[in-house]
Design a protein. Structure first.
Length: 245
């Protein structure tokens, strides 16, 4: 059933829509062929999400916000998906681990459909759960073995908010190790990004990990992981891990 707010959001997105110009959004966001764009930009999209939240601040519960996001995430337009995620993220203080099943369902059904929406879900919806319930992050072991690309990407990116608070570091390295054999470049980049965040907390541990596991780590992952090291250290680590794929 169509959510009552979805029609209004769609009308507003259409009103704000702009020509794509020369920028190939389809190629950049790496989504399925039916991913579409209003080309309205991030500030306008977030402003629309803020207006939805403000309009329902006093009458929507968490379940109402989930229902809205559930209706928006299936939309083929990137900006519609973003509005759904942004609105739901404003209820993060009420999140509990029970929502992980909903988020996994969206990912596994390809409703996230691109790295931008997947990362927004990971950072704004999944991540806040692990900040309050770090033990729930153990579920990412299972997610990391899922056949769906977006579920696997979320299994590592979803840990970043907790990593930044010095939580789940052991788990992050464990999930990274599980994903090194993944041939998808969107996974390799995500793992490198997450390891880089681990390195901000403990650079020596990251260096030890790379030196110990380097030959089995994709080069893309290594390059992302070492971005915050000095140039000399980066060169040394690239050499030490040069047998990677």
């Amino acid at each position: 059933m169509l959510h009552p707010e979805k029609a209004r959001v769609t009308r507003e997105l259409r009103r704000l829509a702009r020509p794509a110009g020369e920028f190939d959004a389809q190629r950049y966001f790496r989504g399925p062929v039916d991913l579409a764009f209003y080309n309205i930009g991030t500030p306008a999209t977030r402003a629309l999400a803020r207006s939805i939240h403000a309009a329902h601040r006093d009458d929507w519960s968490l379940d109402d916000a989930v229902a809205f996001a559930d209706a928006m995430i299936v939309d083929r337009y990137l900006e519609a998906k973003t509005v759904g995620v942004e609105v739901l993220a404003r209820y993060h203080r009420a999140f509990t681990p029970r929502l992980l099943d909903t988020f996994k369902r969206w990912l596994a059904a390809d409703h996230s459909s691109n790295w931008a929406t997947t990362d927004a879900m990971s950072m704004s919806l999944i991540g806040p759960i692990f900040l309050r319930y770090p033990e729930a992050a153990d579920r990412m072991h299972v997610w990391s073995r899922h056949r769906n690309l977006w579920v696997r990407r979320a299994s590592i990116v979803g840990l970043i908010p907790a990593i930044r608070k010095r939580l789940v570091l052991d788990l992050a390295y464990d999930i990274a190790r599980r994903l090194h054999a993944d041939e998808a470049d969107l996974i390799q980049k995500a793992v490198g990004w997450t390891l880089r965040e681990c390195g901000r907390i403990d650079p020596r541990r990251l260096e030890r990990y790379l030196r110990a596991n380097g030959p089995g780590i994709p080069r893309t992952t290594v390059r992302y992981a070492i971005e915050r090291f000095s140039e000399a250290r980066r060169l040394a680590l690239m050499k030490a891990t040069r047998n990677g794929s």
